[in-house]
Design a protein around this ligand. Structure first.
Ligand code: DGL
Length: 277
C-alpha cells in the first residue's frame, strides 16, 4: 500500500513545535512539513493571497502524495483560510476537479474520503476571563479569528497584533536581542497574569516576552496539546473510512519541504525536531 502522510503547514519555524509534538505522540505516522518561507510572513498578507497560498500548497501535496490528514500548524492560515480549504477538500469537490488543471497540476484519481484539516487557534478558552491577559497574534489572526472576535468585549483581555516578529524568529533564531527590543516596543507594559500565544512562531519566545515585560511570573498558553488531541480524533475517523492498517511497527519518517532554499532554516527545523538546540 502507498505510504500515507500527515501534511503539516506553516510559513516557517513556528509550526515545527507542533510537528515535534505530533511526531512524539504518533511515532509511526509519516509527516510532510511544508515550511513556506517563500510566503513568510503570512500575518501581513490579504485574505485572497492567503487562500490562494493555502489552496496551492494543499493541491500540490494531495495530488503528489497520499495525504490522510492536514494540519495547519499556523493560527493565521487557520483563521483566514480554513473554511475555504475544507470546502475545497470535500470528496465530491475533489472528484469534480479530477482531470482539470488546477495550479498547473492535473490529478487523475481523487481520494474516496474527505481529507480533514486540523487548525491551530489561540487557546483563549484556557484562561480565566477575570484575569488580565495579553493575547498576541499576527494582524490577520486578530482580524479574522472567530474566538478572538467573540472575546473582544472582555476588558481584561488585550489583543495585540505583532508585526515582523514571526519573520524575526526565522531569521534570528539564536540571537534574540532585536526580538526583545521589538517586543518591548509593541507590547504595552501592563501587569499581565497570562499570555496567550496566538502565533506558533511565538511559542519559542516565552523567556523573551518575560524579559520584554519585566515579568518573570507570566503564565503562557499555547495550542499544541489541543492540536494533538484533535489529530488523534481525526486519525481515528480516517481509519474508520479507509482500509489502512494502523498497526504499523516501523517508525514514521519526516520530510521537510521548504518553498525557497534556505539551509539555515532547514538546519534550525531539524534541531528543534530532534532536541538539538
Ligand atoms: N506561525 C504562523 C501563525 O501561527 C504564521 C506567522 C506569519 O507567517 O506571519 O500565525
Amino acid at each position: 500500500m502507498k505510504k500515507s502522510y500527515i501534511l503539516v503547514i506553516d510559513s516557517g519555524l513556528g509550526g515545527v513545535n507542533i510537528l515535534k509534538a505530533l511526531k512524539e505522540t504518533f511515532a509511526h505516522e509519516n509527516f510532510i512539513y511544508v515550511l513556506d518561507n517563500k510566503n513568510c510572513p503570512y500575518g501581513e498578507k490579504t485574505k485572497e493571497e492567503l487562500v490562494q497560498i493555502a489552496l496551492q500548497i494543499v493541491t500540490k501535496n494531495i495530488f503528489k502524495f497520499n495525504i490522510k490528514l492536514i494540519v495547519f500548524a499556523c493560527n493565521t492560515l487557520t483563521s483566514v483560510t480554513i473554511e475555504e480549504v475544507r470546502y475545497f477538500l470535500k470528496k465530491n469537490h475533489l472528484q469534480n476537479i479530477c482531470n482539470k488543471d488546477i495550479f498547473g497540476i492535473v490529478k487523475k484519481k481523487s481520494p474516496n474520503y474527505d481529507i480533514s484539516v486540523v487548525g491551530t487557534e489561540p487557546p483563549i478558552k484556557m484562561v480565566n476571563p477575570n484575569e488580565k491577559t495579553l493575547i498576541c497574534a499576527t494582524m490577520q489572526t486578530i482580524k479574522y479569528n472567530k474566538i478572538i472576535n467573540e472575546n473582544l468585549d472582555n476588558e481584561n483581555f488585550d489583543f495585540v497584533a505583532l508585526t515582523d516578529i514571526a519573520k524575526m524568529v526565522d531569521s534570528n533564531f539564536y540571537n534574540r536581542k532585536s526580538i526583545i527590543e521589538s517586543l518591548k516596543q509593541q507590547i504595552p507594559k501592563k501587569d499581565y497574569k497570562n499570555v496567550v500565544l496566538g502565533c506558533t512562531h511565538y511559542y519559542y519566545l516565552e523567556n523573551d516576552i518575560k524579559l520584554a515585560l519585566e515579568n518573570p511570573k507570566l503564565k503562557f498558553y499555547n495550542a499544541t496539546l489541543g492540536v494533538v488531541k484533535r489529530v488523534k480524533v481525526m486519525l481515528k475517523k480516517y481509519e474508520n473510512q479507509t482500509v489502512e492498517n494502523n498497526l504499523r511497527l516501523k517508525k514514521g519518517k519526516i520530510v521537510i519541504l521548504l518553498t525557497k532554499p534556505n539551509r539555515f532554516l532547514k538546519k534550525c527545523a531539524k534541531k528543534i525536531l530532534y532536541n538539538d538546540l
